[in-house]
Write a protein that binds this ligand. Sequence first.
Ligand code: PLP
Length: 476
Amino acid sequence: MFWIPIDRSLDIPLIRQVFEQIRTRILNGDLQAGEKLPSTRELAVDLHVSRNVTLEAYDQLHAEGYIETLLGSGTYVAEGTFLEIEKKKLSLASLNLDDISEENKKEENHLIEINTDSIDFKSGVPALDLFPRKTWAKLAHRVCNEAPDSVFGYNTPEGRSELRHVLSRYLLRTRGVYCHPDQLLITSGATQALTLIAKLLLSTGDEVIIEDPITQEIQTIFSAPGSILCPIPVDDQGMQTVLLPVNKKPSFVFVTPSHQFPLGGSLPIQRRIQLIQYARAVNCFIVEDDYDSEFRYEGAPVSSLQGLDPERVIYIGTFSKILSPGLRVGYLVLPSSIIEQCRKLKRLADLHTSSLDQLILAHFIDQGYLEKHVSKMKKLYRKRRKHLINRLYSIFSDQVNILGDSTGLHLIAEFKNIFFSDQLLKKIQKYGVKVYPVENHTIRKGMHRNRIILGYGHLTNEEITEGIYRLHKALL
Ligand SMILES: Cc1ncc(COP(=O)(O)O)c(C=O)c1O
């Protein structure tokens, strides 16, 4: 019999509990590569849970690369899934996790109007018209009336404890991020979090390992202190960790492991382990930017890298994609060794993020509105994504290949024999549509010239139909 302790009193879904416990046993070597696991049916009987629970937990383990299924034979632990525990003790190891228990398709045969109402496939913009205004207004009213006077004064740089407490529970529940509220620093979006980390860890001449391609902004933030970017090429599974340079002494490795930006891959467990082993060997931090992974359309969101080595991984999250970029709220989950220095830098940057907004957000999460909103938006984005994929295939057929569409608010369209030069992009714009070449985000140029990023979260199905129609006309 295969036994896993299940605690039904916890605020953590059973699927997550089963998944986490099997994952931990694989990572620590209790379950070794090649070892057979019970069938989902047997496990459900052993644990007195429904078969759905074990099926979904296995699906997730499979999606993250921990297990593999051999047809007609069973489920086995995959190779390369063992991660040694580092000897260094967590100084927040006393972290008490109990404490954290808590469409009308448009007629296509019409004349296009050149240059009017451009359809913008910008990436990373959520559906702004669906911001939960009423709920937010209700909570804002309540906070304004009931919050203590101190909220309207200067507050501490790390942010309101109310928000940090609910956020630590939310992160454990949804992202497998283990953190004490004291490890959280509330920032003005992920952008400020990245800036603080660059200020803290980089100086002139320092090297930083970074995915290539990655956003222009991130390249600018990390090179601003005079540091040197060491690009590691990305494929459909994220950073190619076999190419990590052994002869370097980087200050940190920057990754978007849940949903690589812009190519969209999700780093498999074997690469995650390689990355952590590399960071341990060269003794550097890993900076994990988890900007939009809640919107995963195949399976549950992939677990964080932070959960594998909380003292080595600096985790960055944001409410820009799941709620609103205008809110400007993000956060850092910090290893204990750099909490104090980061607080000082935040204080110097802007004292603290708006306390009122933090309190409203704390209520929004605590009362379950955030998870409801994410679930609702995920359904909408799933439909928009499907519509975009259908339009691309039906208009361009085998001239287009779609990549990186399993998560987030954008996908990559790769075209046969089309290179998105500045001249072609100007022509596309004249047809009233804006698309974004992957090459805009590359460090080593020339590898992705036939690829464009198409953001769809903020576009209706009608706009998507019209946008792809215009793109086709421009490319003819
Ligand atoms: C990969 C990545 N990280 C971070 C950010 C910044 O997000 P924020 O609005 O929280 O500053 C973005 C914005 O699109 C992004 O694409």
